[in-house]
Design a protein around this ligand. Sequence first.
Ligand code: PHE
Length: 463
Amino acid sequence: MASRGKFSSKLGFILAAAGSAVGLGNIWKFPFEVADGGGAAFVLIYLVFAFILCFPVMVTEIAIGRKTQKNPVGAYEALGFKKWKFLGMLGILSGILILSFYNVVAGWAFGYFLEILRGNFEIGNNFSIYIAQIWKVGIYGTVFMGVTAFTVSKGISGGIERAAKFLMPSLLIMIIGLAFYAMSLPDAGAGIVYYLVPEFSEVTFEVVYNALGQAFFSLSLGMGALITYGSYVSKSDNIINSAAWITVMDVGIAFLAGLMIFPFVSYLTNGTMENFSGGPGLIFTTLPGVFSSLGETLGIVVGSTFFLLLSFAALTSTVSLLEVPVTYVVDELKVSRKKTVWIVAILIFLIGVPSLLSNGYSSFFTNFVTYFGATSPTNFMTLVEHVGNDTFLPLGGFLITVFAAYVWGKNNLIEELSEGNPKFRDGRMKKYIDFTISYLCPVMLGIIFILTFLNRFFGINVF
Ligand code: PHE
């Protein structure tokens, strides 16, 4: 059998996994969740969740992958639990669903990069018209999926790792540069205050639960992306240490995104932060307004850098999303990586076509379903997001922790985590992972799954 490939170094793995984690979630979703959730109060809760709840799930996923050196489905079988293959399947399905719409948004970001580069700042006022122009966004989406597939087709060290080694440092430089620039603008201070002064009165249960969902999605957990990447990690690497780096990088970049976006918005609104809107509006409508107000040349430089940054962040994530089904097919059906990559990418692109059409072009997909008890319809793309991200990921995370703690067994997990980290066996970190994986994570993730399910599809708000 041909070799599966491997990350060439620990750093290569950390950058690739951090690349998976750092994505649209950090730059697009994080800032507005912060705005809705009491500023720094949300940031604090987010940090606690990332390190206390998500970190143990991350090390578990990586450990399962490295132990078995298999895709998520094959991994459960290799550990001797054929019945749990469904959990791997659920992960692969989540990856396919998420990639199908994530690629659409990534295509928008890439399209904006090209538009702003041409000096078309008006695009910001025409966002809803733009996303309904199916040929345009369709072509950008095709290009994005094509670049993703090309990267994955080159294999682990020659494709994914190599791309991450270029994209991640570039992304870091761009985001630091933009954050400094944004903070030097007039009225930046008010934006920073808005971002960093905690409003604990705004913290509701819903905010807490959004923070957990966001941390989970942002760290790429619950679908086996890290089982997959973990299967290419060397036995001599210290998993705990790598996972700590991945978490720090992800959280750090989300934080920097806030330092860039809040001052930008504050500058545009003369420090009032009025109409600080969340969602796509913030990135695709408000920010082009900021860039245009900087004047032609500066606006083009700053604006195109921003959308290039967003595209880079998205690319390292789409690459990891595509790698999950690809590793599965390559491992299980023993077909060549190149062929598999292109076929899988085309299929997922096709699955994403209704999402592409559901932003105004086709009224059927735009008004796709009306949830029980809801007054307005939900479009196809949001439905896929609700199923893929909001429901499947916490469900997958819950089941992975139950599997690791009670089926595979904590001792086996601890053994694997001790490979490359012999001190782990008798340290405090071991106790911590043991406790969180056995009790805290399954309970919290189980609750999140049930609450989201009731909320998203039945409009039931338990809070
Ligand atoms: N973590 C990515 C982001 O924040 C999204 C993602 C989720 C990527 C799951 C891979 C797997 O954008």
